[in-house]
Design a protein around this ligand. Structure first.
Ligand code: ZN
Length: 419
């Protein structure tokens, strides 16, 4: 009894704490937003919905204005439903075409037009099921998805939502975000981070009636994984998520390469987060994206600083500081005469691979020698890959890049199921 009470109390703390992470997104510059009551209610309903079946709703081809596509069953049999009625079945019709016609979804077989509908659902009751989707307009390579599909006509395009089990979705994300032929332990790390991100952001698109999109705005997802090793990693880490010392789901941000030192969250996004601390990361230094170089004329660099940041280049000390800027360890600013130039802005404006660079004058030009690739906050993917190859286990990798965090099992937090 006491244990049950403790679990319920922990669940409550976790739930309320995790609400606070809304809007603080991997890879974006958005700060933590204040919660309002409507957002809280939306979050509550999306958690409840999720806990009921552990299915997530993902908008697929979210960057494409789909006009028409074909669909067929790859594994299992699918029924096609229009306005709540079964209108076709893949057992009798192998290929079905859906097109946008006058703000409706037109459903067609080879032989005839079945009809036009506001909403079309393609679903199967089988556990093992996969459909093949081929965009015709615009033309795209076929993709394979597990779960069901809901299609609506909205604002001149077909909106496609894939209803899929969390773990199958996670496996697709791991493949899209970390590629193939990586070490098993690295896949486990990516699976846990993808699951943590998904659960912390279930309400990100709630106003548009789905949970997450399939683009970098949320997490990249191209459909079903083709790698057995990825599916194994997802199963082995089933239910595992990362929480901070308040038991809130963490903002599981990552980047390609830290250049030997990760960045503090406040130096990149302005707000200090307890687990996004700068760590000395020797694992990343011999990896592919550890170094970069870029040439620029002195004139371009100085006029950029003057025009964009009002940096006093006419002052000889400031000018010298700008032309010989060095970073042994990561800095947040280039500064002189009380003028601070945020390096995060320099990186975006000049499209540099990282903020972790030093400048070496060479005649009339400057050589920028940089370290790392990406914003530098949270986990360094190449460093994590190296740790996995060296035999470190996934909890060690996660605790190295996200300091003072814990791994917990989502299924121990099943408070809502008992409601
Ligand atoms: Zn999104």
């Amino acid at each position: 009894m006491l244990i049950n009470k403790i679990i319920v109390i922990i669940s409550l703390v976790f739930l309320f704490a995790s609400w606070r992470l809304d809007g603080f997104v991997a890879g974006s510059n958005e700060p933590v937003k204040k919660e309002n009551k409507t957002a809280t209610n939306k979050r509550l309903s999306s958690y409840k919905k999720f806990h009921a079946d552990e299915v997530v709703n993902i908008r697929i081809f979210s960057q494409v204005k789909i006009q028409s596509f074909t669909i067929s069953a790859e594994i299992g049999a699918y029924s096609v439903w229009g306005n709540g009625m079964e209108i076709a079945n893949t057992k009798t019709t192998s290929l079905i075409k859906l097109s946008l016609v006058n703000d409706s979804v037109e459903v067609k077989t080879f032989e005839n037009v079945i009809g036009k509908f506001k909403k079309v659902k393609i679903s199967s009751a089988e556990t093992e099921r996969t459909f093949r989707m081929k965009l015709l307009l615009p033309d795209r390579k076929p993709r394979f998805y597990e779960g069901n599909l809901v299609v609506t006509a909205e604002l001149g395009e077909l909106k496609c939502i894939n209803d899929i089990s969390l773990d199958n979705y996670i496996a697709g994300v791991v493949q899209a975000e970390s590629g193939r032929r990586s070490p098993q332990e690295f896949y486990k790390v990516q699976a846990i981070l993808a699951r943590t991100f998904a659960l912390a952001n279930l309400q990100k698109h709630s106003a548009e009636t789905f949970n997450l999109c399939d683009h970098t705005h949320c997490q990249v997802y191209f459909g079903k994984t083709t790698e057995l090793e990825i599916m194994k990693a997802v199963n082995v880490t089933k239910g595992k998520v990362v929480v901070d010392d308040n038991l809130s789901l963490i903002n599981a941000t990552f980047h390609s390469n830290s250049g030997g030192q990760t960045a503090n969250s406040e130096d990149v996004w302005g707000s200090k987060v307890s687990y996004l601390r700068s760590v000395n990361d020797t694992f990343s230094i011999k990896m592919p994206n550890a170094k970069w170089e870029r040439k620029m004329s002195k004139e371009d660099w100085l006029s950029y600083l003057k025009l964009k940041h009002n940096f006093p280049i006419q002052d000889s000390n400031a000018r010298w500081a700008a032309l010989t800027f060095k970073q042994e360890t990561r800095k947040a600013y280039l500064e002189s005469n009380n003028i601070k130039v945020p390096l995060k802005n320099v990186r975006t404006d000049l499209q540099l691979k990282s903020t972790f660079f030093s400048i070496y004058p060479q005649g009339d030009s400057l050589l920028f020698k940089g370290r790392g690739f990406g914003h530098g906050v949270g986990m360094c993917q190449e460093g994590a890959m190296k740790m996995a190859k060296l035999g470190y286990k996934y909890p060690e990798v996660i605790n190295f890049y996200y300091q003072k965090t814990q791994l917990i099992d989502l299924h121990k937090l099943n408070f809502f199921k008992d409601e």
